[in-house]
Design a protein around this ligand. Structure first.
Ligand SMILES: *Cc1c(COP(=O)(O)O)cnc(C)c1O
Length: 370
């Protein structure tokens, strides 16, 4: 699915020397590399504050803590996403409220969102799934109308850009009050372990986020807030700082592979191509087909036999997960999400796919579904 080795070999001298510098400095935590990376990310994203933390899940948790949400407050997330989005809501004693997604964009459905708002709703957590922004125009309008916070789960969408109706452009994660991302190795900007970050233009929120990520501490050993311990280590920051200047090039490689797939599958009646939202660029964290009138799991197994990894992200929507059983929700409540769970299939997507690999993958898929 990903080829981290070839990408590393292309950047090896720079990455090796960046890692060695951290080891020589022995400043393994809170080193200069972390503040350098934060500054470079701020410039790249066009946002006032970037605060690095331990991973993307922590970023989401810290964001909700920083907003001062209380037990019983409702937080709306799409039901078709990675579990982390709802997990932190539940962990904090907040009430996850799930909504359906749009079958084409696979992102939060605006109709479903409108119907889910109650007097207890405090925040919306849209997920920019597979690398394309959710409908932020509508989500921001609804949030303003109902006085809600927006926390973006941009773990799959770093570098994507959203254009509002008035022409304003913002990077994914820099639209709501807080944006969250993950630097997990397979993400579009990945380190060599775990890592994550929060983005915000609000300096006061940024101060709370910094404190919460560091045991709620503002002045050393004075704890003004209940916090957590979540930090990015200097070695990971050094690796990310080497990769960041290449991110747009990485994105172009992914988009090129996606365009190749689109062209090759355009005439295949068993495959629906990923929909492209004209308001958002797509950074293709995943290239995700919808398989129609053909056994999706059979196709995945046949591809595996041909040496092609294909994955199902995500086979079970949140409202049908055992740990998230809730009398409010039943099978059939969120038809688009449930249909997607049974038909999505993601093909290999990374920065090192060449024409030979793409040709082999697309010909094999087309021959199998012919
Ligand atoms: C990867 C991911 C996360 C969690 O990030 P980690 O760094 O693995 O904790 C959260 N949400 C989405 C949509 C993700 O893809």
């Amino acid at each position: 699915m990903v080829d981290l080795r070839s990408q590393y070999l292309n950047l090896k001298p720079e990455i090796d020397s960046a890692i060695q510098q951290v080891i020589d400095s022995t400043s393994f935590v809170k080193g200069k590399q972390v503040s350098d990376l934060q500054e470079h990310l701020q410039q790249y994203l066009g946002v006032r504050n970037v605060i690095c933390c331990g991973n993307g899940t922590d970023a989401l948790q810290i964001a909700l803590m920083a907003l001062g949400l209380r037990r019983g407050d409702e937080v709306i997330t799409p039901t078709f996403t990675f579990i982390a989005t709802a997990e932190v809501v539940a962990l904090l004693g907040l009430t996850p409220v799930v909504v359906d997604v749009d079958f084409d964009t696979m992102n939060m459905s605006i109709d479903s969102l409108r119907r889910a708002i109650t007097p207890r709703t405090k925040a919306i957590v849209p997920v920019h799934l597979f690398g394309q922004c959710a409908n932020m125009q509508a989500i921001c309008e609804i949030a303003r109308e109902h006085n809600l916070f927006v926390v973006e789960d941009a773990c799959q969408a770093i570098g994507a850009e959203y254009t509002f109706a008035d022409g304003t452009r913002r990077k994914a994660g820099c639209i709501g009050q807080i944006g969250c991302t993950s630097f997990f190795p397979s993400k579009n900007l990945g380190c060599y372990g775990d890592g994550g970050a929060l983005f915000t233009d609000d300096d006061q929120l940024a101060a709370r986020i910094r404190a919460i990520a560091n045991h709620g501490m503002v002045v050393r050993y004075h704890h003004d807030l209940i916090g957590v311990n979540s930090r990015l280590d200097s070695i990971q920051a050094a690796i990310l700082d080497v990769k960041l200047p290449h991110l747009d090039q990485f994105t172009r490689s992914r988009q090129r592979a996606a365009d190749f797939y689109d062209r090759a599958f355009a005439g295949n009646k068993h495959l629906l191509l990923p929909a492209r939202d004209p308001q958002s660029t797509h950074v293709f964290h995943q290239y995700t087909l919808r398989v129609i009138d053909y056994d999706r799991d059979l196709l995945r197994d046949q591809l595996a036999e041909a040496g092609i990894p294909a994955m199902v992200y995500y086979p079970v929507p949140l409202h049908m997960q055992k740990a998230y059983q809730d009398p409010r929700y039943h099978e059939g409540d969120f038809p688009a999400a449930e249909r997607l769970a049974s038909c999505v299939l993601s093909l290999p997507m990374h920065t090192e796919l060449d024409d030979e690999q793409l040709t082999y993958i697309t010909q094999t898929v087309n021959n199998l579904t012919a």
